[in-house]
Design a protein around this ligand. Structure first.
Ligand code: GTQ
Ligand code: FE2
Length: 349
């Protein structure tokens, strides 16, 4: 029985009278026509969406030629917009494809949002995060944890594109938005320009005895290391939902690489038929190569290299292999849900 059904006409009249008297004290009493506080399942406004590379590629080309990148201005990005939401790709994070042309500088700033970059095409750009400077090449993941200053400089000869993901909607919802420009366009580089990578970049070993750190000290996760790791995992029995999947980890404590956003690298091989599942939290896939398909509720996405796919919370979804082995990069907000105890999952039989 719902709350509304248990309200008698007398009680309804009493609630209306009380409400009228309470207004000026900034107090309220539940009214039967209020939106429900509790629903049996999440009522989700975010939609599951498929973006095709064949649509994105010419748009990115235009963006790179027609839109300027000014010092202290906005980044030059194509945002993956969710039609079910006022802003953002999912209800917690924004994903954008950033275009940077040879010789350009995306000037230094910092924000309370956590950010990551996953390089889609090209090489020759460098990112400076808090004085550590790393090259960015196709398939690399580079983190920009909350409040770290960062700037990007493109020293290569061809335009470059990468995926940016920031936990902007979560930050906005929690009213924790801060932003600050750096006094110069580019940050100085520290005497050891790649300190974190030298300490932790093997992924296997680190400074003796270190068991915790306030933030993940490792910023770059190279394509080579991540792809070798996932190849190694391909020798395991397949995961029933995901075939072959590994998560990028904080090397100090084994937790997610960013505090709010997790990233995975995955293989889906021809012939794979995944089990259906649903879970709280939202996720975005980027298809690095190969093809396959995913059913989400009553939608069916046939995806191939360069495509993106966003999955809404609590939507049933299952993956199938295509004609070629697929490699997918994924970003999800599960660390935020897990930290708060809102993570839930169901698998179909
Ligand atoms: O490169 O620093 O897509 O600050 C959105 C906000 C990229 C960045 C985005 C940003 C950046
Ligand atoms: Fe930024």
């Amino acid at each position: 029985m719902s709350i509304n059904e248990s309200i008698t006409p007398e009680d309804l009249a009493a609630r209306r009278r009380l409400q009228a008297d309470l207004e000026r004290y900034n107090c309220r009493v539940h009214q039967p026509d209020d939106p429900p506080v509790f629903t049996r399942d999440p009522k989700v406004d975010m939609q599951s969406v498929h973006w095709r590379w064949s649509d994105l590629a010419p748009l990115l080309d235009r963006l790179g030629r027609e839109v300027a990148l000014a010092a202290d201005g906005p980044r030059r990005t194509l945002r993956l917009h969710n039609p079910g939401l006022p802003r953002g790709t999912t209800h917690t994070f924004w994903a954008s494809i950033q275009v940077i042309n040879p010789g350009e500088v995306a000037t230094a700033h910092r924000h309370s949002a956590n950010a990551l970059r996953f390089i889609m095409h090209g090489a020759g750009a460098w990112t400076n995060v808090g004085g550590e400077r790393y090259p960015m090449s196709e398939g690399d993941l580079v983190l920009t944890p909350a409040w770290a200053f960062h700037d990007h400089v493109h020293l290569g000869a061809e335009p470059m594109i990468w995926l940016d993901v920031l936990d902007l909607s979560l930050m906005h919802m929690l009213r924790a938005t801060f932003f600050e420009p750096f006094p110069q366009a580019e940050q100085p580089v520290k005497s050891v320009p790649d300190d974190g990578f030298r300490r932790f970049g093997s992924g296997l070993m680190g400074p003796p005895g270190l068991r915790s750190a306030s933030a993940n000290p490792l910023l770059p996760y190279t394509a080579n290391m991540a792809q070798n790791a996932v190849r190694q995992a391909a020798g395991l029995p397949p995961d029933p939902f995901d075939d072959v999947i590994l998560e990028y980890r904080n090397p100090v404590d084994g937790g997610p690489a960013l505090r709010t956003l997790a990233q995975t690298l995955q293989l889906i091989r021809p012939g794979f038929v995944g089990r259906a599942r649903r879970h709280t939290g939202s996720k975005l896939y980027y298809v690095m190569r190969g093809n396959g398909s995913t059913t989400v509720g009553d939608q069916h996405f046939e995806w191939r290299a360069g495509d993106f796919m966003a999955i809404a919370p609590w939507a049933w979804h299952r993956h199938r292999g295509g004609t070629e082995e697929a490699m997918l990069f994924q970003v999800n907000d599960l660390p935020a849900l897990q930290a708060l105890g809102y993570d839930r999952e169901e698998g179909a039989d």
